[in-house]
Design a protein around this ligand. Structure first.
Ligand code: FEO
Length: 402
């Protein structure tokens, strides 16, 4: 059938039928500079099955891609692996258009979908470990609660070795090339780590357990088909290895130094502190918030061993941009970091202390008391900033076991 959008085949009887969101630039606070995709998959079993749907504005693109393979009314089952709106927003519309025999989700998924759409009796719960027969094929269910919502589950199609992993192993990357091995590897790794840091970092212990469970299933996974970004076929082991490494958050000699500045004094301090860190063998990444998005700071922090934060004092408080980034990072629960605060002030100078309090709340181990300079750092104060950076590098060396 002639359609505007075409499906892409990923297995003998499995097709990608998702949507490409080239214009997405913000995903609940995370800067998605390369857009995203909402992946959905069509499995042509005896029971024709649609796995996940797409964000609501893209529902007709999904239907058009399905129509390039079969008449959508032939779909018997819809399996919702994840209830977040980027994957279920068009579900009620698709149910209306397709009139499937059954719609499946995890038990928590049934609750979440009913809360959003009130689908009632149309939903059937699939339990962890259950197998859904598609007639000549089957789908095995692995609940992955909190990856990244309580309802999340993965489904495995043993007949084709395809793991439908919903948010897991995904990334926000709009691309006309479907498979990861067709895309610049640097872009794939960067967007993969950015997605992990900004979505999954706080759930790292759960990620480790999920990886163990996937291994214990003994499934022979040939393809990982996530709900965002490219499909993995030649690099299943690579991406699973990345997840193992990212989840561990083993500290390295990298030090993230983020700051904002009012009249350049805190910026001068940041640069001198970075010189001290470098001199001591650390690898500082200096991130002025005037040009660094909070989600890029989170990405840099994932495998860093130190978090060093600078702010001037304004009206007895830290700069609002610094507060914004600290609030965001606190929610992401970065692990295994040492850190410290610094900043210039005019008269009261509370802000660096406030930053230290938040760092402690985040579980960052404080290795130096707040370092403050009144008004403008002169040569002597800048030399002290450099020494401060040198002491932080020594602490980091010990912390990272370098
Ligand atoms: Fe891509 Fe948790 O939604």
């Amino acid at each position: 059938m002639s359609t505007a959008f075409r499906a892409m085949q990923i297995g003998e009887r499995t097709f990608w039928v998702g949507a490409i969101d080239w214009g997405l630039r913000d995903f609940h606070g995370y800067a998605t500079s390369r857009g995203s995709t909402y992946n959905a998959y069509l499995v042509l079993g005896d029971k024709v099955t649609l796995i996940d749907t797409v964000k609501a504005p893209f529902r007709d693109e999904l239907l058009s891609r399905i129509r390039s393979v079969i008449d959508p009314s032939r779909i018997d089952y819809i399996v919702s692996n994840h209830a977040e709106m980027d994957h279920s927003g068009s579900l009620p519309y698709i149910i209306e258009a397709v009139k499937p025999e059954r719609v499946f989700a995890s038990p928590m998924g049934v609750t979440a979908l009913n809360s959003h759409f009130d689908l009632g009796e149309q939903l059937t719960a699939l339990k962890d470990g259950e197998t859904l027969s598609l007639g000549n094929m089957s789908l095995a269910v692995l609940e992955t609660r909190m990856l990244h919502w309580p309802d999340s589950m993965m489904t495995f199609l043993p007949d084709e070795g395809i793991l439908f992993s919903q948010d897991g192993f995904g990334m926000h990357l709009a691309t006309s090339r479907l498979f990861a091995d067709e895309i610049d590897p640097w872009v794939v790794e960067h967007e993969g780590i950015k997605y992990y840091a900004n979505i999954l970092m706080p759930l790292s212990r759960i990620v480790e357990k999920a990886l163990d469970r996937v291994r214990q299933t003994g499934w022979s996974i040939r393809i990982i088909a996530p709900d965002h970004g490219p499909v993995w076929r030649q690099d299943v082991g690579t991406v699973m290895g990345w997840y193992q490494k990212w989840a561990a958050q083993k500290p390295t000699m990298k030090a993230v130094v983020f700051f904002d500045t009012m009249w350049n004094s805190t910026a001068l301090m940041a640069r001198a502190i970075a010189e001290g860190l470098t001199g001591g063998g650390a690898l500082p990444k200096v991130m002025p918030l005037s040009g660094s998005h909070r989600s890029d700071v989170a990405t840099a922090l994932l495998d860093a061993g130190a978090l060093i934060v600078g702010t001037p004092t304004i009206n007895s408080n830290m700069f609002p941009t610094v507060s914004d980034t600290l609030t965001y990072l606190k929610g992401l629960k970065p692990a295994n970091k040492i850190g410290a605060a610094f900043g210039s002030f005019g008269w009261s100078g509370e802000a660096a202390g406030h930053v230290e309090t938040i760092l402690k709340d985040m579980g960052v181990e404080i290795s130096e008391p707040p370092f403050r300079v009144k008004y403008v750092p002169g040569p002597e104060e800048l030399a002290r900033c450099r020494e401060f950076g040198g002491r932080l590098a020594a602490s980091l060396k010990e912390h990272a076991g370098a």
